[in-house]
Ligand binder design. Structure first.
Ligand code: 5GP
Ligand code: MN
Length: 342
């Protein structure tokens, strides 16, 4: 990976060396890469005798609860006071897998006034300025976990990476690439995977815990989503799924249960864009996936206050679920016409 600026690595090393109390923050609704990077770094820094706390903006999905250190993760929206105190007392804050304070929701406000030194390690394009004093931003990386391992290695800290940390890091690489399917054409990714295997990780076990350990209800929700709720817009080469709160309740929804649904809608022949609309308490969460030249991040940013990667992005809407879907159809047509897609 091309981190041109060796001074960034030196600065990271110095900041870590000079700090004892470290806070690590993944993005809201943490996925495998965000929590994997947070706990990969947590386990590594703990091994270096640092006092480390991972603070997640909100709850993480059950399919990640095998990760080492997961029981020590503080959930900000459940322990605001304790989290705020720990952040105030910390000497270094490290953000992983996001590049805008809006991605940590309410927690973002806390850092607007905070002057604790901050480092950002992330692989999303278009980082905001001033997220951190040191911003290690490498969009070519398959995942923040791959970038994290690369950075630790470059900083001479590879020996501190424990097997447990390696498991978390591997989980992030695997979830962000669809098990080394997309975003993973660079040979360097495999060299890092090889290193992690050498550290003794059990790849099959990790795969099992993440992908093959579903609740019965989650599998039934998937059946409902694909069987009853998937729609197609053939002229726009698009498929989408929408799920209401009532439907989610019917299948005892838990965080993470809809992870991957949006990818499956993209598996249809002739479909270049898929979307998943999920009704949350106060907004509609939207996921986009695209194939080829459709810029999912630009589309999401333009119409749904979101962003992300070129082929995998997310956003939100304050309209009702059906209104959001109607608006999606309308603006998608506009966007395709204006940009010459389809
Ligand atoms: P997912 O659909 O899995 O939630 O997210 C796909 C990608 O888009 C991830 O890289 C994620 O970080 C990004 N993303 C998801 N939701 C949002 C959002 O609301 N705003 C921005 N800027 N990025 C998002
Ligand atoms: Mn990621």
């Amino acid at each position: 990976m091309n981190i041109q600026d060796k001074t960034q690595i030196d600065l990271l090393k110095t900041k870590i060396d000079n700090s004892r109390k470290v806070i690590i923050v993944p993005h809201n609704n943490p996925d495998g890469d965000a929590l994997g990077a947070a706990l990969g770094l947590y386990n590594t820094l703990r091994n270096m005798d640092k006092e480390v706390t991972v603070i997640s903006p909100n709850e993480f999905p059950d399919f990640l609860n095998w990760m080492h250190g997961v029981n020590e993760v503080l959930i900000y929206d459940k322990s605001i006071k304790k989290s705020t105190k720990l952040i105030k007392e910390s000497e270094l804050v490290i953000f992983v897998d996001f590049n805008s304070l809006t991605r940590i929701k309410l927690m973002g406000e806390l850092f607007e006034q905070d002057d604790t030194p901050r480092i950002m390690i992330d692989h999303h394009p278009f980082p905001d300025a001033n997220v951190a004093q040191l911003q290690i931003s490498v969009p070519e990386a398959s995942s923040t976990c791959e970038l994290l391992f690369h950075v630790l290695n470059e900083a001479g800290l590879k020996d501190a990476v424990t097997k447990e940390a390696a498991e978390c890091i591997y989980a992030g690489i695997m979830t962000d690439t669809g098990s080394l399917n997309y975003n993973s054409n660079r040979p360097e990714t495999y060299l890092i995977v090889a290193e992690l295997l050498r550290m003794g990780i059990d790849k099959e076990h990790i795969h099992h815990m993440i992908f093959h350990n579903n609740s019965f209800d989650r599998m039934r929700l998937l059946g409902h989503a694909l069987g009853e709720k998937m729609e197609r817009l053939p002229e726009l080469k698009t498929a989408y799924i929408s799920l209401s709160q009532d439907e989610l309740k019917r299948f005892s929804f838990k965080p993470g249960d809809t992870e991957g649904f949006v990818n499956q809608a993209l598996w249809i022949e002739g479909v270049n864009l898929s979307a998943l609309f999920t009704e949350k308490k106060d907004l509609i969460k939207i996921s986009f996936r695209s194939r080829g030249g459709f810029p999912a991040n630009k589309f999401s940013e333009t119409y749904f206050n979101g962003g992300g990667h070129f082929n995998a992005a997310g956003g939100e809407s304050k309209l009702k679920l059906d209104e959001t879907v109607e608006r999606f159809k309308k603006v998608l047509k506009e966007f395709c016409d204006a940009n010459g897609f389809n």
